[in-house]
Each structure stands twice: as C-alpha cells, then as structure tokens.
Write a protein that binds this ligand. Structure first.
Ligand SMILES: Nc1ncnc2c1ncn2[C@@H]1O[C@H](COP(=O)(O)OP(=O)(O)O)[C@@H](O)[C@H]1O
Ligand SMILES: [Mg+2]
Length: 261
C-alpha cells in the first residue's frame, strides 16, 4: 500500500475493570490497523472479540468501567487522542462518522429526520438553509428512499430499521467525512435490505471515503472488503487483502470463521 492511511490506529488498548471480582478484561489489547481512501477495510471477528469497543475507543466514547489505556488514533495525520473533548467533537462528524448496528437508537428520537440531516450539514458547512434542504432531499433519494417529503417529516420511530439505516447513511454522506466507521450496519436487517445497504457503502467507497466495516459476517466481507483484519480477544491475529484472507487463511480462528459461513 503506497499512500498514507487516512486513519491509522496504533497499539490501542481498552480495558474494563470488574471491581466486584477485582479482574480486568482487555477488550482491545494492543490493536493496530490502517484505513485508506477509497477502500473498505473490514474488521471481522466473533461476537465479544472487541470490535465494538474498538469503534467506541476511536471516538473516545468508552464509558465507565471501561478505560482507554494506551494507543494512538491518527486521523488525517494527527493524533486525535491528544485533542480535548470539545476539539474531538468538532473533528468527529466533520472528518469521521459512525454508523451503528441499531440505527433506531443512534438517531435522535425526538427530532424529525429533516432536522437531523440538516444538522449534519449545518454544523460543519456554511450553506444557506434552502440549499441545505435541497441537499437533504437529494441525499434521501440517493440512498434509495422514495417519498422524500414524508421521510423528511417523519420521526425515527415511524420508519423501519432499514429506512433508519439509510437515513444514517444519508447523514454520514451529508457530513462528507473522510472516514466512515460502520459497526455491523446490516446485522439487524433482512437479507435484501442488507444487500442494498452494502451497495450504498460501495458507492461511498467509490466517492473516495475510507470505510471501516465491522462485522462478524464473512459473506459481508467477501461482498465488499478490500483489506481485512481478523480480530480475536482484542488483538489482530491476521490481516491482508481480501483475496489472501479467503484463499490462504493462516490462522485456525480465521479458517473456523470461514467454515461457519
Ligand atoms: N460495558 C462493558 N462492561 C464490561 N465489559 C465490557 C463492556 N463492553 C464490552 N465489554 C467486554 O469487551 C469485550 C468485547 O466486547 P465488544 O467489543 O462489544 O465485542 P464485539 O463487538 O466484537 O462483539 C466483551 O467480551 C466484553 O467482555
Ligand atoms: Mg459489536
């Protein structure tokens, strides 16, 4: 890989302290990875392997009793772990967005879709309100939602899971980040909708976004990924381009993951 990664995670460590049993769980245990412009980087591993904690750690969203112990998160050349909370909030959303497994919980339940999409634009970009509304409408169509006006004037609970996930993707596209982290974005959805959402991610990749796609599902990886990192117990045990991982898996854990597809 010749050019610089857009996002580089170095030796990230996040622990959970279990004070009752006086024990420590190393949920993310010295994990490093690189994500590149115009590539889908898949992070794959069984349930409980530390994928979601990794994603939350990148955004500094780990709550008590968890703690980020070490590591660097280099976004567009600078370590965002060194930023203040306030500076970090500014960077996230503008340069880096996240899509969650459960889109209904990630959207604000008391705001109409229109207001949430507008916010994604207006926080970071100087655009007239009228133009922002037009961009929201265009984006809603682009992610395959029909009946634009109705969707924009809905609250999240009035939409299906697949529709909410599309709204999340529209939001991510409107803020136009250089990195998108999607944590099991299709796990809660049925198969046809899953395929359509993956199509949307592939379009974002073609527009030059660096996408980190977190999944336990190797068929999702096969359909989308360029590079693959296999994670077990908070560590990367194997990485490479998608062909190598599928053709010549080195680790028993990876082989077993493949067999479970
Ligand atoms: N809030 C929490 N409190 C204690 N332990 C946690 C918490 N969240 C995650 N963990 C631990 O971190 C490990 C990794 O969890 P997670 O990142 O959610 O796995 P994955 O997303 O790969 O399924 C889990 O095995 C769990 O023990
Ligand atoms: Mg998870």
């Amino acid at each position: 890989m010749d050019d610089q990664p857009v996002l580089s995670i170095k030796n990230l460590k996040t622990c959970f302290y279990d004070s009752k049993n006086n024990a420590v769980v190393n949920a993310v245990d010295g994990l490093s990875l690189n994500a590149f412009k115009g590539k889908i980087t898949a992070v794959v591993g069984r349930s409980g392997s530390g994928k979601s904690v990794m994603a939350l750690s990148i955004f500094d969203l780990v709550d008590e009793p968890g703690k980020i112990e070490a590591g660097e998160v280099i976004l567009n050349g600078r370590d965002i772990r060194k930023l203040s909370k306030r500076q970090l909030r500014k960077v996230c959303g503008k340069e880096m967005s996240m899509i969650f497994q459960d889109p209904t919980s990630a959207l604000n339940p008391v705001l109409k879709v229109k207001n949430q999409l507008m916010e994604a634009i207006l926080i970071h970009q100087k655009v007239k309100k009228k133009d922002a509304i037009k961009r929201c409408e265009d984006m809603i169509r682009r992610v395959g939602l029909k009946n634009t006006n109705k969707i924009l004037n809905s609250y999240p609970f009035e939409l299906s899971g697949g529709m909410c996930q599309r709204v999340m993707i529209a939001m991510a596209m409107l803020s136009n980040p250089s990195v998108l982290i999607a944590d099991e974005p299709t796990t809660a959805l049925d198969l046809t909708i899953q395929a359509e959402i993956l199509e949307e991610l592939l379009k974002l990749k073609d527009l030059g976004m660096a996408i980190i796609l977190i999944t336990h599902d190797l068929s999702v990886v096969a359909q989308t990924a360029d590079d693959v990192y296999v994670v077990n117990k908070g560590k990367i045990i194997e990485s490479g381009n998608v062909y190598d991982i599928f053709e010549k898996p080195q680790h028993r854990y990876t082989k077993e993951l493949m067999e479970s597809v």
